[in-house]
Design a protein around this ligand. Structure first.
Ligand code: ATP
Ligand code: MG
Length: 94
């Protein structure tokens, strides 16, 4: 069976800042993967690219074989299958 998440040569730049420089990885069903690295190294940017909250500068992200950044992809439907806890989730203070 193919990977649930497959990332191929993912790059992301913010202006001159190159944050993701050609990431390749695959996550299989039931696999637990931790992304670790210093503050500002691009962990959140990477996760945001996985569910299309961030556009990729280059490369490809496939979730269940569906290309996340393809304009023909129904990204809302895709996100209904992807859970995410935001780093700053801005809940009501009460
Ligand atoms: N929308 C944006 N515009 C410009 N630069 C950004 C943007 N989002 C993130 N960055 C920059 O990209 C780099 C990676 O940020 P990111 O938030 O992905 O890091 P992180 O590994 O999640 O850090 P932390 O451990 O502090 O959560 C940082 O230099 C950050 O300032
Ligand atoms: Mg972060």
């Amino acid at each position: 069976m193919d990977a649930v998440i497959r990332v191929k040569g993912l790059t992301k730049q913010f202006g001159q800042l190159s944050v993701l420089r050609g990431i390749d990885c695959a996550v299989q069903a039931s696999e637990v993967v931790c992304v670790i690295g210093p503050s500002g190294s691009g962990k959140s940017t990477f996760l945001r690219c996985l569910n299309g909250l961030e556009d990729a500068s280059g490369g490809e992200v496939l979730v269940h074989g569906v290309p996340v950044h393809d304009p023909r992809t129904d990204v809302d439907a895709l996100r209904s299958e992807i859970g995410m806890v935001f780093q700053r989730f801005n809940l009501f203070p009460h």
